[in-house]
Design a binder for this molecule. Structure first.
Ligand code: NAD
Length: 487
């Protein structure tokens, strides 16, 4: 079996213990991963704290940090085929997608390389003639970054990029499911020349996560994962009052009006729910369709779902690969069963095929007659689309907002005025109009409610990793007047 190592304080090392990572396409173990103990986590945080408070990182100019990030972007580009293949092997995410996504990971590092020396403070026109007052944007400190299994290279780039640009140091915990690509990525961090301790990468489960999030030297926790884990993390942050940014799940509405281009809407819906085998936080998992076009749209979706190329994730022609874990497949099956028991109708899919691997077919559930079906409220995190019919625009908006989540949304209509009304009315961090599942390093991304808070991408993300220092400088040579009066 292959072996992977932790990266702590600039050194690669084995964990005191290890665990086997399972290939989701076969269900068989294929590599040994180091398991971080609380002591490993402590060493990583201590190293990150030393790096944060001492030269060379602490005294480095923003431009020099940007150059390191730029070098990292170049190294990611050069290693792209290897990283994509590893991510496919360890998580089951199809090679078509990991190859495209890794190119984008390099773009994120490049964007934050350029942003490092553009995180500016401000000068204030203060109301006292003998004072100069300005604001310094300073790095918040040691960042604990925790990612889930579905897109580890991407979800860590959106944290590492802005955190390093801002001048923070990072301990990144890869998910215990599919950590190989991030442990391999550590070699690029090392080769890029980041000083020891600036970036530390380890893996482990909830125990390592708890050791990291309760560590007194952690100043900010950047987390992507499920809402239940987020609750643990917010409680853990109470120990040292660390700030948090949380990118959580969603139950995003995908709304199709009767004037929409149905072919385009069907294609976007396929991308929104079946791409990445539905294991995507922005999955457009609730299709809200206007009654007049329901049959026409569902016919297109059913035909496309049944024609999808399901197969080995490392084949370029595969469109839907296995889920990452057997646990995830059981969860999805149980949620479908609870939903059909509540009156949802299976349009296609829902049945497991024989054979090894954690495969699950594209599935459509019509919940139009089952408004209380759990499929409309709970996240599947798999290739399952739940459908609801509506008649009026007001009804569509009410259904769209009838969720505890608030991450993404999609609106398909040819009416410009209606598009604008929907954009205003939808409560979600992202609204896509006549498109879906588009991202960019330049555009902030994040949610409301159970979808979390804070933004990744853009300048907004870098500012999340800074704190403001207000500086007062007196310009008068006269002695300070009455010391008992606040000025
Ligand atoms: P999860 O919440 O179970 O695990 C995420 C990470 O948290 C893992 O690294 C895990 O080891 C760690 N963890 C678990 N318990 C912990 C604890 N007590 N303290 C600290 N860390 C702990 O999530 P998952 O099932 O791996 O991933 C799926 C979830 O992630 C879905 O809800 C999905 O929507 C969400 N997600 C969100 C986004 C986004 O950007 N909004 C992107 C991808 C995935």
């Amino acid at each position: 079996m292959d072996r992977f190592q932790h990266y702590i304080d600039g050194r690669f090392e084995d964990g005191a213990e290890s665990f086997a990572s399972v290939d989701p396409a076969t269900g068989a173990p294929w590599a040994l991963m180091p398991l971080a103990s609380a002591a490993d986590v402590d060493r990583a945080v201590q190293a990150a704290h030393r790096a944060f408070t001492s030269a060379p990182w602490a005294g480095m100019t923003a431009g020099a940090r940007g150059k390191l990030l730029y070098r990292l972007a170049e190294l990611v580009r050069a290693a792209a085929p290897r990283l994509a293949a590893l991510e496919t092997r360890d998580t089951g995410k199809i090679i078509r997608e990991t190859s495209a996504q890794i190119a984008y990971v390099a773009e994120y590092y490049q964007y934050y390389a350029g942003l490092a020396d553009k995180i500016e403070g401000a000068h204030l026109p203060i109301d006292k003639p003998d004072m100069e007052v300005w604001l310094r944007r300073e790095p918040v400190g040691v960042v604990a970054a925790i990612v889930p299994w579905n897109s580890q290279l991407f979800l860590s780039a959106v944290k590492l990029g802005p955190a390093l640009a801002a001048g923070c140091t990072v301990v990144l915990k890869a998910s215990e499911d599919g950590p190989a690509p991030l442990l391999e990525f550590a070699r690029l961090v090392h080769d890029a020349g980041f000083p020891p301790g600036t970036v530390n990468i380890l893996t482990g489960g909830p125990e390592a996560g708890r050791a990291l999030t309760t560590h007194p030297k952690v100043a900010h926790i950047a987390f992507t994962g499920g809402p239940e884990t987020a609750r643990h993390i917010v409680r853990a942050s109470a120990e040292n009052l660390a700030s948090t940014s949380l990118e959580l799940g969603g139950k995003s509405p995908f709304i199709v009006f009767d004037d929409a281009d149905l072919d385009s809407a069907a294609n976007a819906q396929v991308s929104g729910i079946f791409a990445a085998t539905g294991q995507s936080c922005v999955a457009g998992s609730r299709l809200l369709v206007q009654r007049g076009v329901k049959d026409a749209l569902l016919a297109r979706l059913k035909a496309r779902a049944e024609a999808v190329a399901i197969g080995a994730p490392d084949r370029m022609e595969t469109e839907v690969g296995p889920l990452c874990t057997a646990r995830q497949r059981e969860r999805i099956l149980a949620l479908i069963a609870r939903s059909t028991a509540a009156g949802a109708r299976l349009v296609t899919g829902g049945q497991l095929s024989e054979g090894p691997g954690f495969y699950f077919p594209p599935t459509i559930l019509d919940c139009s007659e089952a408004p209380d079906a759990p499929a409309l409220a709970e996240e599947f995190f798999g290739p399952v689309l739940s459908v609801v019919t509506f008649d009026t625009e007001a009804e569509a908006l009410a259904l769209a907002n009838d969720t505890e989540f608030g991450l993404a949304s999609g609106v398909f209509t040819r009416s410009l005025t209606r598009a604008h009304r929907m954009i205003r009315g939808i409560r979600a961090g992202v609204v896509w109009v006549n498109t879906y599942r588009a991202v960019s390093p330049i555009a902030p991304f994040g949610g409301h409610g159970l979808s979390g808070h804070g933004r990744e991408g853009g300048l907004a993300a870098a500012l999340d990793y800074t704190t403001v220092k207000t500086v007062w400088l007196r310009t008068s040579d006269e002695p300070i007047p009455d010391p008992f009066v606040m000025r």
